[in-house]
Design a protein around this ligand. Structure first.
Ligand SMILES: C[S@@+](CC[C@H](N)C(=O)[O-])C[C@H]1O[C@@H](n2cnc3c(N)ncnc32)[C@H](O)[C@@H]1O
Length: 331
């Protein structure tokens, strides 16, 4: 068994619960869709046998470089520079069809947030970038060139639940179009002054939700979640497990609904007395109510404060048939 080596700059959230959730067979094939600095990957490798294999994905070239180093140290591990929406293509390139477990630890890593040049943080001055994949896509500065005020309001509301979306969006575009928004420090200042005075010194900084929403927008994170979770469920072997850690309620709802659609597969309208669509479930919940960090973890790692872990398992063909037949065709 390998010893667990951690990078001090990124403490993996819900580490043991996440690994327990993914693991079924120590000889199996596993996928870590969000390598980061490999905290979860290393913990999982420590629980696999010599036959076990782990393939990781990350869209951030710096994370992939860290992963390549791990691949040199441990022959059971490999990593792809790819977003997880292309999970299916990645698995195919490895000659893998079905796997024993797949994990997602969504969002940004501490090294990404802590590096001012990446533009994720309102606590440091940096460029308007926010891309996780610095080799592809458009940085925030380019995205702002084409966005309408109405679209920006929608981004801030949908991805940040921002109460003052209208005021902030108007202020951002006004400043951007008059060349007064050039850095994350400018953006932070604009958010601060756009909200009413009484909202400026609350528990969370007035720029928090805007930075989160813009990051999700720049990286197309919701579409990534849709494609990634669907692909993951399709590539689990019977009995294989899916573990997903998310950090805000919009993400978590999306994940719950994607999995729920496979747990309750029937798509007949509720007024139909019996099921006519015949769609069979493919998944079952193992952790439907999200698991959260306990007090000890919260004290050691403030990042774990908003983390939520959901776990589901792929049904065997027999289980799926039984569950579909269980209601005798009734809803
Ligand atoms: C919260 S960190 C993961 C930390 C990791 N579990 C660890 O223990 O070090 C999220 C990582 O996932 C990557 N990421 C986020 N969305 C992604 C996507 N759609 N495709 C691939 N990688 C993604 C980010 O670049 C980041 O490195």
């Amino acid at each position: 068994m390998a010893t667990i080596k951690q990078y001090p700059e990124h403490i993996p959230v819900l580490r043991d619960a996440f690994v327990d959730a993914m693991l079924s067979d120590p000889d199996g094939r596993y996928v870590d869709c969000t390598f980061g600095r490999g905290g979860h990957s290393r913990a999982l490798l420590a629980r696999l046998s010599d036959k076990g294999r782990l393939l990781a994905f990350d869209r951030d070239p710096e994370a992939v470089a860290a992963g390549k180093q791990l691949a040199q140290e441990d022959g059971r591990f490999s990593i792809l520079h790819s977003d997880f929406a292309r999970l299916g293509a990645g698995l195919e390139s490895e000659g893998w069809e079905q796997v024993s477990g797949i994990g997602f630890d969504l969002g940004v890593s501490s090294p990404q947030v802590d590096n001012a040049i990446r533009g994720f943080s309102f606590r440091q001055d940096g460029p308007l970038d926010m891309r996780m994949d610095t080799e592809n896509g458009q940085p925030l500065s380019q995205m702002l060139e084409h966005v309408s005020e109405r679209e920006l309001v929608d981004v801030l509301r949908s991805f940040g639940d921002e109460r003052y979306a209208r005021r902030i969006a108007a202020a951002i575009l006004k400043a951007f179009r008059s060349s007064k928004l050039n850095s994350t420090a400018d953006l932070e200042n604009i958010c601060f002054h756009a909200v009413p005075k009484q909202a400026r010194f609350g528990k969370t900084h007035p720029a928090t939700r805007t930075f989160q929403a813009l990051r999700i927008w720049v990286n197309g994170e919701m579409d990534q979640i849709d494609a990634g979770i669907r692909a993951a469920m399709a590539h689990l072997q019977p009995g294989g497990k899916l573990a997903v850690i998310s950090f805000h309620s919009g993400e978590d709802r999306r994940i719950r609904d994607l999995i729920e659609a496979q747990v309750h597969a029937c798509v007949c309208p509720p007024e139909m007395p019996i099921c006519m669509c015949g769609k069979q479930p493919t998944m079952r919940w193992l952790q439907k109510k999200p698991l959260r960090a306990d007090d000890m973890e919260l004290a050691a790692n403030p990042r774990s404060r908003s983390s939520m872990l959901r776990v589901a398992q792929r049904l065997t063909a027999d289980e799926a048939k039984k569950l579909a037949g269980y209601s005798g065709g009734l809803h």
